[in-house]
Design a binder for this molecule. Structure first.
Ligand code: NAD
Length: 550
C-alpha cells in the first residue's frame, strides 16, 4: 500500500477505478486536470475540480445537518473508508467538534450498537480460536504497524463488558493519534482480542460481532495475550503497544508484566495520570504552592485514581520527598470508605495508599477530617461533589483544587457551574466531560477537560520517532511538565488549566520531543539522538493536506 504523504511517481499508483477506491490515496473530486489525465480518471469524476478546503466545507455542511451523534459517527466512518486524507483534514481542523464524535462520548454509543452500525472491517480481530496462529493473523494486515491499540473489551469506558464490540475504542483512539499528533495512519493498527463476553444481552444479540462464548480466563487468557504480544513484536518489530479498556484485574497485572519487557503503556492508568499531574502543575502556578505540600483526596481507587496517585507520588519524590511521605499525601476513598491499613479487602494497587487512620465512611466526612488541598473525582458516581463538599473545600482553602473527572457527563461528580458557584468562584477546576463556559460574579470561567488526548498521542509519537524500547514513568512525568508549560497566563486567567484543544498538534509535537529526548538521554532509544529532536519529530508528522501525484 502506498503512502498519501509521499510524492509518488504516477507509475507507482493504482489508476482509474482502483485509485478512486483506495481510501489511502483517493482525493475524490479534488484530483486535478493533470492527475485525471495521467491516472486514467477522465469521466470517472464530475468535471469540476474542487479544492480540499471546499471538500471540507461540504463534509461539515452535511455533518451539521445530521442531528443524531451516532448517525454523525457513521457518516464520519464512511468518509474514513472513502477518503482518508479528507477524513483526517476534517478532524485536524475541527478537533473541538470532531473529538466527541470519533471518541467519547459518541464512541461509547457506537460500541453499544456496534453490530448494527458495522459497515466494514478496520483493524484485526484475534479470537480464542486463533490460538497458535496469531502471527499468521497479524500478517494479514497490509501495512507495517508502528503502534497498536489493543482492547479485550471487558471495561469499555464506564459501560462495562462489550466484548468484541469494543473495537470502536482502538479505532477511535488511533484516529486521535493521527489527528492530534500526526502519527501516520498507516502506522496505526487497532486490535481486539476476543476472549468472549459475559454480557448476556450481547450473547443473545443476533447482530453481535464477537464469539458466542463466556470470557476465557486464567492461564488460557494469559497465554493468548502472551502469544499476541510475541507475534506483534515479531511481525512488526519495534511496535508500540497501548493497552486500552481492560478491566482492573487484568489492566494492572498486564502493565506490570510487560512494561519493562516491551514498549508499552496503559492509557487508562498512565495517560490519565500524566494529564492530571499537568492539571495540578497548572493549578499550582495559580496558588503558588508546591506539589509536595499538597494533600490530595481521591474519590475512587481504581485504574485512574491509583495511576494518578502513583505518578503524583513519583513527582513528589522527584521534588525531594521520601516515597512514604509522598504516599502519605495521597488519600483514597473507595466504595467501602477511606482506604486505611486496618482494611483487609484492599486490592494490591491500593495498598501503598492505605493510611494509618480511623475508618471514615463517607466523602464529606473525609474532606472535613483530612482537610485536603485538592479533591479528584474518578469513581464514576454522579453528584458526589455536593454543595457541602465544595463549600467545605472553599472554607479550608483559598483556592481549592477540584477535578471532577468521571465520564460520561452523566457520571460527573459535579458540573462546572456547581464547582464555581459553590466555591464562590475560587475553585481551580478541571473536568472529565466538556462543559460550556460559566458566568459567575461578572467573570467568565472557561473550564477545560483533563482529556487524555493531550498526552497519549504525543507520548506514542515520541516513542515511535525515538524507537523507544520502553515507555517509562519519567516519560509521563516529562509529558505532564511539558503540557503544563504550554498553558498560557491568559488560559489561567480565565480558569483554564489546559491549553485550548485546537493547539493539540503543537502540544503533541512538544510532548513527543520531550518523550523522545527522555528516551535518548536514558539509553532507551533505538537510534542515536538527532541534533534537532523537535525538527526530527515534526518531519515525521502526517499532514492530511493533499500532495500532488503528477
Ligand atoms: P475503575 O473501575 O478502575 O475505578 C472506579 C473506582 O471507583 C473503584 O475503586 C471503586 O471502588 C470506586 N467506587 C465505586 N463506587 C464508589 C463510591 N460510591 N464511592 C467511592 N468510590 C467508589 O475505573 P477508572 O478507570 O478508574 O475510571 C473511573 C472514572 O474516571 C470513569 O468515569 C472514567 O471515565 C473516568 N476517567 C476520566 C479520565 C479523564 O478525564 N482524563 C481518565 C480516566 C478515567
Amino acid at each position: 500500500m502506498l503512502d498519501q504523504t509521499k510524492n509518488l511517481a504516477p507509475r507507482d499508483l493504482p489508476k482509474g477505478f482502483a485509485l478512486l477506491h483506495d481510501p489511502a490515496l483517493n482525493k475524490g473530486t479534488a484530483f486535478t486536470e493533470k492527475e485525471r489525465d495521467a491516472l486514467e480518471l477522465r469521466g470517472l469524476l464530475p468535471p469540476h475540480v474542487h479544492s480540499q478546503d471546499e471538500q471540507v466545507t461540504r463534509v461539515l455542511n452535511n455533518l451539521r445537518r445530521i442531528s443524531d451523534p451516532l448517525d454523525k459517527f457513521v457518516a464520519l466512518n464512511a468518509l474514513h473508508d472513502r477518503n482518508e486524507a479528507l477524513f483526517f483534514r476534517v478532524l485536524c481542523d475541527n478537533i473541538d467538534e470532531m473529538q466527541p464524535l470519533v471518541y467519547t462520548p459518541t464512541v461509547g454509543l457506537a460500541c453499544q450498537k456496534y453490530g448494527l452500525v458495522f459497515q466494514g472491517p478496520r483493524g484485526i480481530f484475534i479470537g480464542t480460536n486463533d490460538r497458535g496462529h496469531v502471527a499468521e493473523v497479524l500478517c494479514n494486515w497490509p501495512y507495517q504497524a508502528g503502534i497498536i491499540v489493543v482492547t479485550d473489551g471487558e471495561r469499555i469506558l464506564g459501560l462495562g463488558d462489550l466484548g468484541a464490540n469494543g473495537m470502536g475504542i482502538p479505532v477511535g483512539k488511533l484516529s486521535l493519534y493521527v489527528a492530534c499528533a500526526g502519527v501516520s495512519p498507516q502506522l496505526c493498527l487497532p486490535v481486539t482480542i476476543d476472549v468472549g463476553t459475559n454480557n448476556e444481552t450481547l450473547l443473545k444479540d443476533p447482530f453481535y460481532v464477537g464469539l458466542r462464548q463466556r470470557r476465557v480466563t486464567g492461564a488460557a487468557y494469559d497465554e493468548l495475550i502472551d502469544e499476541f504480544i510475541t507475534a506483534a513484536r515479531a511481525v512488526f518489530p519495534g511496535v508500540v503497544i497501548q493497552f486500552e479498556d481492560f478491566a482492573n484485574h487484568n489492566a494492572f497485572r498486564l502493565l506490570h508484566k510487560y512494561r519493562d519487557r516491551i514498549c508499552t503503556f496503559n492509557d487508562d492508568i498512565q495517560g490519565t495520570a500524566s494529564v492530571v499531574l499537568a492539571g495540578l502543575f497548572s493549578a499550582l502556578r495559580v496558588t503558588g504552592g508546591k506539589l509536595g505540600d499538597q494533600k490530595i483526596l481521591f474519590l475512587g481507587a481504581g485504574e485512574a485514581a491509583t495511576g494518578i496517585a502513583d505518578l503524583v507520588a513519583a513527582a513528589m519524590v522527584a521534588q525531594g520527598l521520601t516515597e512514604s511521605a509522598a504516599h502519605q499525601r495521597c488519600w483514597l476513598v473507595d466504595s467501602k470508605g477511606l482506604v486505611i491499613k486496618s482494611r483487609t479487602d484492599l486490592a494490591e494497587h491500593k495498598v501503598p495508599y492505605a493510611q494509618d487512620h480511623a475508618p471514615i465512611g463517607d466523602f464529606l466526612s473525609a474532606v472535613k477530617t483530612l482537610q485536603p488541598t485538592a479533591i479528584i473525582g474518578v469513581a464514576a458516581v454522579s453528584g458526589t461533589f455536593t454543595k457541602e463538599v465544595l463549600e467545605e473545600m472553599a472554607r479550608i482553602n483559598q483556592r481549592p483544587i477540584v477535578f471532577a473527572l468521571s465520564n460520561p457527563t452523566s457520571q460527573a461528580e459535579c458540573n462546572a457551574e456547581q464547582a464555581y458557584r459553590w466555591t464562590n468562584g475560587r475553585a481551580l477546576f478541571a473536568c472529565g466531560s466538556p462543559f460550556d463556559p460559566v458566568q459567575f460574579n461578572g467573570k467568565t470561567f472557561v473550564p477545560r477537560q483533563g482529556n487524555n488526548s493531550y498526552i497519549f498521542p504525543g507520548v506514542g509519537l515520541g516513542a515511535i520517532v525515538s524507537r523507544a524500547r520502553h515507555i517509562t514513568d519519567d516519560m509521563f512525568m516529562t509529558a505532564a511538565h511539558t503540557l503544563a508549560h504550554l498553558v498560557t497566563e491568559s488560559d489561567l486567567e480565565q480558569g483554564s488549566l489546559y491549553p485550548a484543544l485546537p493547539r493539540i498538534r503543537e502540544v503533541s509535537a512538544h510532548i513527543a520531543t520531550a518523550v523522545a529526548d527522555t528516551a535518548y538521554k536514558s539509553g532507551l532509544a533505538g537510534k542515536s539522538r538527532p541534533q534537532d529532536v523537535m525538527a526530527d519529530v515534526q518531519s515525521q508528522m502526517y499532514d492530511p493536506r493533499y500532495k500532488s501525484y503528477v
